[in-house]
Design a protein around this ligand. Structure first.
Ligand SMILES: [Zn+2]
Length: 206
């Protein structure tokens, strides 16, 4: 999302400083950032104080699970701590939004592993930036029987899936991919629950 015009005049340096910070949010350009800043300017003080507190609390208290890199408030996330889940299966996804989508589909009772990105020639994301080394470590140390690679069906998603399949092939773990109903270019995060459920339940080896 890009703004059509830059804002050339700022009535206050303090406001400008806030707008510049808000512009660092994904998808937020200068005009949207200015709208947010003006909204905050007009909002009741208790709302703004609550928001500031929430931001600091999230930054201080919420971290990444040391095992699967999903969001956690303790060392492990709620999935890794949950003894009732199937602990020999890992669903590999690009980001935390994908975990939420898969979980919402109600078709996965195993654990997760969040890569925090996909391999991409364009933006230079390389293997070392993704949590692939950690995934290999888990496959070995947790005696994993199945790895479901649930990346997007984009070029980057497919490249990442192929790479993971290759590096895991020597460990004798079963690699599965979702089978039905996922068109090329689909993003897991935005897939509807029924499609996702069908794709996971009919997953195939390979
Ligand atoms: Zn976890």
């Amino acid at each position: 999302m890009t703004d059509k015009k830059n804002i050339t005049f700022y009535p206050s340096d303090k406001l400008k400083s806030l707008v510049k910070k808000l512009m660092m949010f994904p998808g937020v350009g200068e005009r949207t950032a200015m709208r947010f800043a003006i909204f905050l300017l007009q909002a009741p003080k208790h709302f703004v104080e609550g928001l500031a507190r929430d931001i600091i609390t999230v930054k201080d208290k919420v971290k990444l699970c040391s095992r699967c890199f999903f969001i956690a408030e303790n060392d492990l996330c709620r999935f890794c701590e949950d003894e009732t889940r199937s602990r020999r299966k890992i669903c590999v996804v690009e980001g935390i939004e994908d975990v939420i989508s898969v979980e919402r589909s109600g078709s996965w009772d195993g654990l997760y592993h969040v890569l925090w990105g996909l391999l991409s020639a364009q933006d230079g994301a390389d293997v070392s930036q993704l949590k692939i080394k950690e995934l290999i470590g888990r496959v070995i140390s947790e005696n994993i029987e199945e790895v479901l690679i649930m990346t997007d069906t984009s070029v980057e998603g497919e490249a990442t899936a192929m790479y993971i399949k290759k590096v895991l092939s020597k460990f004798g773990v079963k690699i599965t991919r979702p089978a039905l109903g996922i068109p090329f270019g689909a993003e897991v995060e935005f897939m509807d629950t029924a499609t996702l459920r069908k794709a996971i339940l009919s997953r195939q080896e390979g």
